[in-house]
Design a binder for this molecule. Structure first.
Ligand code: NAD
Length: 297
């Protein structure tokens, strides 16, 4: 349970969905975690839960797609915990499902900002610190970065960027002892893949389940487990990997998931008591200037 003992980690978007699981799992594994998120995210809740479990964590609230905030986030980690060993580029948004001819320019720009610009800025400003500790970066890729995503071609494109960006960083930084890898999930049980919480419709949910050989979504904790491994010293010879954690969706052909009977029962229970799995970024409200009717938590 101490695979990240003494390591200082930043988790961007670390208060909801997969990010909450990463923050809490990392703390259980002995990491000192800087939990980041927008002011609208339950960042303080997650930090409080970690501290209550005798873990170590600190909140850094802010939009890491803003240059000054990204710089400040890295400086805050070093000031608070003395160094930086791990950057987790997990922040991302999923506000619409639309055919490309209807895809709003505003949504395209919102995705570029939060999925691409945030990872670029955080990586750029973290690397000088990671060189000092021979640390590592793990970023959120996606099966859609390989396969594309119908009715969200833009989202898949942002994840394709993350894959290639990670490999470029991995190549150039290897000589400094800095590793860079991607975790590439399939459909995961967060707000993004549930019609009640985000832009996906019932037909999209069905497409995920039937297209996944294991016949179910993954849990945030099942994804966090891969982040732990890639961020730990156990992965010391792994760099430039695009590590799928996708129930087989990238190898399935057709509706093979329909054959996975009782798949929901087969999901492991896990050890984390997650509270914010369905509180994710599925509209274009977060990180915007305060608008009328929008209340900070
Ligand atoms: N859920 C899935 O099925 C799935 C599949 C593949 C990849 N992923 C990737 O995993 C990551 C997490 O997804 P999730 O489903 O847990 O979603 P989520 O919305 O629960 O988590 C993303 C978090 O990042 C925060 N965030 C976004 N932009 C930010 C910014 N600029 N500054 C600070 N915080 C910011 C959001 O507010 C949110 O709390 C994303 O990068 C996503 O692309 C998710």
């Amino acid at each position: 349970m101490n695979r990240l003992a003494g390591k200082v980690a930043i988790v961007t978007g670390g208060a909801t969905g997969i990010g909450e699981a990463i923050s809490r799992k990392f703390a259980r594994e002995g990491a000192l975690v800087v939990v980041n998120g927008f002011p609208e995210d339950p960042v303080n809740d997650v930090v409080r839960d970690i501290l209550q479990e005798s873990g170590q964590a600190a909140a850094f609230i802010g939009d890491v797609a803003q240059e000054s905030v990204a710089l400040e986030c890295v400086a805050y980690a070093v000031k608070t915990f003395g160094k930086l060993d791990i950057l987790i580029n997990n922040a991302g948004v999923f506000p619409v499902m639309e055919l490309i001819e209807n895809y709003p320019l505003e949504a395209f720009e919102y995705l570029l900002k939060n999925n691409v610009r945030s990872a670029y800025l955080m990586t750029r400003y973290a690397v000088p610190e990671l060189k000092k500790t021979r640390g590592c970066i793990v970023s959120a890729g996606s099966e859609s970065g390989f396969l594309g995503l119908g009715e969200n071609a833009v989202y898949g494109g942002t994840k394709g960027f993350i894959h290639a960006f990670t490999r470029g960083v991995a190549v150039e930084q290897a000589k400094h002892g800095v590793r860079a890898n991607c975790v590439c999930p399939g459909g995961i049980d967060t707000a993004w893949t549930h019609k009640e919480h985000g832009p996906m419709k019932a037909k999209h949910e069905q497409m995920i389940i039937s297209g996944t050989p294991m016949g179910r979504r993954g849990s945030p904790e099942e994804v966090a487990n891969i982040y732990v491994f890639l961020a730990s010293d156990e992965a010391s010879y792994v760099t430039g990997a695009l590590w799928t954690v996708d129930g087989g969706i990238t190898i399935g052909k057709g509706p093979v998931g329909l054959e996975a009977k009782d798949a929901a029962d087969a999901a492991p229970k896990g050890e984390l008591d997650l509270k914010h799995s369905m509180d994710g970024a599925t509209s274009m409200i977060r990180g915007r200037e305060p608008q009328e009717g929008l209340k900070a938590p």
